[in-house]
Design a protein around this ligand. Structure first.
Ligand SMILES: *Cc1c(COP(=O)(O)O)cnc(C)c1O
Length: 400
């Protein structure tokens, strides 16, 4: 739960600053707002935290994906490589811009396998979206290296890895663009919200224009007289979200440090169980530790251990059977049930590639996710709670 566990007087103070001016929109009303620009401040602090030049706040992580794909000019006729293990939003965003998602396999990091880029790319592939699932990095250096070799754009979906890093560099800052989610269950929360980051001034402007009806945000004129660029839509973050984000961002390093401690204590107990292995995180130092993923030798053993743990009050998720985070389980997606009756863009005549989402094409995901169990790690876990989990693990291991 992370950020939501930490809501306190700091968030209240930031939000009161906004309510005292009464200006909830981030643009315009410069006299009335009394110098309060929470979204702008949050963006600046966030960009700095990530070591990125530009950050743009938006309404959600899903919106951030759509805004970034649009800024990258991914659209009809293109396809995009997306890992089989991710939240539905990553695929939906590709469809939202009129492109086709190509499902690719994962490696032991449980994230996109860099070797899949060469294998699965088509003549129509424009971009690749590595997703840093469950708070830990993909092999992002290799992914970027191989993608560059083939002139593919890289958009990092870092909705789940806010504050995580790879070899000292923050996730989200490796690709051409990176996105974050601040929905209620993410590491930093603004209720709903998201962020796009990039080092490219051109991509930043395209994102900024698109997210606000093409407004060029010229500081020298009033909003009504601003220049218009491309057509866009409204994905603006509001000042209450910006205020929440500022308070939450200051707590991020503490959140991660506490989660790491809690995770380590539980890992120590699991390491005693014969046959248990751990997710192959490419840089353990960079793990944000929001989740603990461990594996057993095979799917049957994993299911049995999951049941034993559950009987001891220890809950885990097996993502191969999860309805929302594994492509082969998305029956509405596989049926191409987009929200329009024409099933656009699945049957877009400008797209020349073949569309198939077959379990046989992702053998590593089928194997790894079937025998991996994932446990959520909270910021606040009392010694009693951790002991109870450790005892549960010991007992479950005995009953195996
Ligand atoms: C949460 C999430 C999103 C979408 O974020 P929202 O803010 O909920 O729209 C996208 N990708 C992944 C991997 C996520 O976990």
């Amino acid at each position: 739960m992370a950020g939501a566990e930490m809501i306190g007087k700091e968030e209240i103070k930031e939000i009161m600053d906004v309510l005292e001016t009464g200006i909830l929109i981030r643009y315009n009303f410069d006299k009335e707002r009394n110098g309060v620009f929470k979204c702008r401040e949050f963006e600046e602090a966030f960009a700095q935290y990530c070591g990125s030049k530009y950050a743009l706040g938006v309404t959600s992580g899903s919106a951030a994906l759509k805004v970034a794909l649009t800024a990258l000019d991914v659209g009809p006729g293109d396809d995009v490589l997306v890992p089989a293990f991710t939240f539905l939003a990553t695929y939906e965003a590709v469809l939202e811009v009129g492109a086709i998602p190509i499902m690719v396999d994962i490696d032991e990091s449980l994230n996109l396998d860099p070797l899949e880029i060469e294998k699965k790319k088509t003549p129509y592939t424009k971009a690749v979206i590595p997703v840093h699932m469950c708070g830990a990095p993909a092999n992002i250096d290799k992914i970027v290296e191989i993608a560059k070799k083939y002139n593919l754009l890289v958009l990092e979906d870092n909705a789940q890895g806010c504050g995580a890093s790879f070899k000292g560099k923050k996730l989200g800052s490796f690709g051409d663009m990176g996105i974050f989610s601040f929905d209620y269950v993410k590491t930093v929360t603004t209720g709903e919200g998201g962020m796009v980051i990039t080092n490219s001034v051109d991509l930043y402007h395209r994102a900024e224009w698109y997210h606000d009806h093409g407004h060029d945000h010229n500081p020298k004129v009033s909003r009504a007289l601003e220049g218009r660029t491309i057509l866009g839509f409204n994905y603006r973050m509001n000042e209450l979200q910006g205020a929440m984000g500022l308070a939450q961002l200051r707590k991020l390093d503490y959140i991660i440090a506490e989660q790491r401690k809690n995770k380590q204590a539980i890992m120590d107990a699991l390491a005693q169980v014969p046959g248990v292995g751990f997710r192959g995180i490419p840089d353990r130092e960079g793990d944000s530790a929001t989740f603990l993923a461990f594996n057993l030798p095979d799917e049957n053993t994993a299911q049995r251990f999951q049941n034993m743990l559950s009987a001891e009050g220890v809950d885990t998720t097996c993502y191969k059977r999860n309805l929302w985070h594994y492509v082969p389980n998305w029956e509405h997606f596989l049926a191409k049930s987009t929200a329009n009756s024409k099933k656009y863009p699945f049957n877009d005549p400008t797209y020349k590639g073949k569309i198939a989402y077959l379990r046989e094409s992702i053998p590593q995901a089928e194997d790894l996710l079937g025998r991996t169990l994932v446990m959520g790690i909270a910021v606040k876990m009392s010694p009693e709670k951790i002991n109870q989990i450790k005892k549960g693990i010991e007992q479950a291991a005995k009953n195996m």
